[in-house]
Design a protein around this ligand. Structure first.
Ligand code: SF4
Ligand code: SF4
Length: 94
């Protein structure tokens, strides 16, 4: 699996830089700098900057789960609102 493009400035995989839905909608159980307990679903990650890009891109402190998350058209859809809705729905279902 390739490194995912979650707010990485890399549009080659289909990820929409500036979307950031996958850094808001899901819960993350691993520690994140500034969020030692991880983050609950629906809460904006503290490492998501004002342009909805990850401040930790390329930083070893970036959680593994973030590195492993790939753009997925089924989940990300064609708009940020779609991604927010679908990821939140998945979170409830799992
Ligand atoms: S939800 Fe999908 S499109 Fe949006 S930033 Fe994450 S990987 Fe990219
Ligand atoms: S650490 Fe970066 S990639 Fe992971 S949820 Fe936070 S902003 Fe998103």
């Amino acid at each position: 699996m390739s490194d995912h493009a979650r707010p990485s400035n890399d549009e080659s995989t289909g990820c929409r830089p500036g979307c950031g839905a996958c850094c808001i909608a899901p819960s993350i159980s691993s520690p994140i700098p500034g969020m030692p307990e991880g983050k609950p679903a629906g809460v904006r990650c503290q490492q998501l900057d004002g342009r909805n890009l990850c401040r930790l891109f390329g930083d070893p402190r970036r959680p593994l789960v973030c590195l492993r998350f790939d753009f997925d058209i089924e989940l990300c859809g064609d708009h940020r609102d779609v991604a927010l809705y679908r990821i939140a729905a998945l979170e409830v279902a799992t």
